[in-house]
Design a protein around this ligand. Sequence first.
Ligand SMILES: Nc1ncnc2c1ncn2[C@@H]1O[C@H](COP(=O)(O)OS(=O)(=O)O)[C@@H](OP(=O)(O)O)[C@H]1O
Length: 375
Amino acid sequence: MACVLLLSRPLPFSHRLTRTSVCLLSLLLSYLCYCALFPVETIMRKTGDPTPSCQLFLADGAKRRLQKSIPCALPPPDARPSGAEAPRAKRADRRPPSTLRAVGNDAPGPPAGNAKFGSKKLPNAIIVGVKKGGTRAVLEFIRIHPDVRAAGTETHFFDRNYDRGLEWYRGLMPRTLESQITMEKTPSYFVTRETPHRISAMSQNTKLIVVVRDPVTRAISDYTQTLSKTPDLPSFQELAFRNQCLGLVDTSWNAIRIGLYALHLENWLRYFPLAQIHFVSGERLITDPAGELARVQDFLGLKRIVTDKHFYFNRTKGFPCLKKPESSGSPRCLGKSKGRTHVQIDRDAIEQLRDFYRPYNVKFYEMVGHDFKWE
Ligand SMILES: Nc1ncnc2c1ncn2[C@@H]1O[C@H](COP(=O)(O)OS(=O)(=O)O)[C@@H](OP(=O)(O)O)[C@H]1O
């Protein structure tokens, strides 16, 4: 406008030059105003740019984890709940990375952050046993690793819910990014005959973790748990022996049967190579949780991120617990059902059970190539 008014009057050449400069200057000012009002980002979104950069909305840590999957690791359209918006459109999704590392408790739901990223996948690794071995401790300790996400509750898919199908099973899993491992734990799998075959039918590459513990202590732990729910239960000895004087052990009692590790393992080895099964010592898990977790991380091909810095020994509980996470919250011990005071069993019965299990234990040590020293 200013340009038009100035040019409408005849002026000398030098004045015309000045007017041209004024004109160019006003054009430049108009352009700058336009840029300020309509930034490039807005324009890209309006024109439907398909690859918005996630990095704009994520703090440093999350950026690093997402780098491999940029452009944005959105779930495929079919994996997103209907009507769900793309992550960047929602304020709630712009959570700090610390929430990705939320520590689970006894039977936790999925950590709050990261909820809309990634997709639900069938597990790459399963803690298959053994009951009362320390399976919850292993899952809760490994899931503080940023590259691990786990189903909080036991799914019992391969033993009790197999008829529901793999898609049902997948639906129970947390969302994961491509770089993350999906895990679950159901301790009864180890002693269920059909399970190895069914897991191998899902994927022959599934990594298996078995937390083993002295079968005598394990049986007493198992009995203590049942007794806490059924107070009028017969005595441990009555259940454990068909004839205690003759030292005849009742192997049909589940608390005894579960501890025959060598027999159960034979069944797994029909479907999986030994190298695909990792054995955690339930005893060392208590005395050296960081050492056991280092081996679990190596087995899963993970960087050793969970270390002794994450644990402290809680004297009141008598077990290792997780330290307070960097961000907030309080130290985390497992729930009351983990680390109970055991029912007192007389020494003779314990000795008889030790004699009974010895040959099975020796066979188990030979099979796995490791002496767990249960004496
Ligand atoms: N850090 C820590 N805190 C608490 N408890 C721990 C821990 N590490 C291992 N354990 C041992 O875990 C035993 C329970 O095993 P599981 O989690 O496999 O039990 S269950 O099968 O899921 O019911 C539980 O057995 P009990 O002591 O007999 O209760 C514990 O000995």
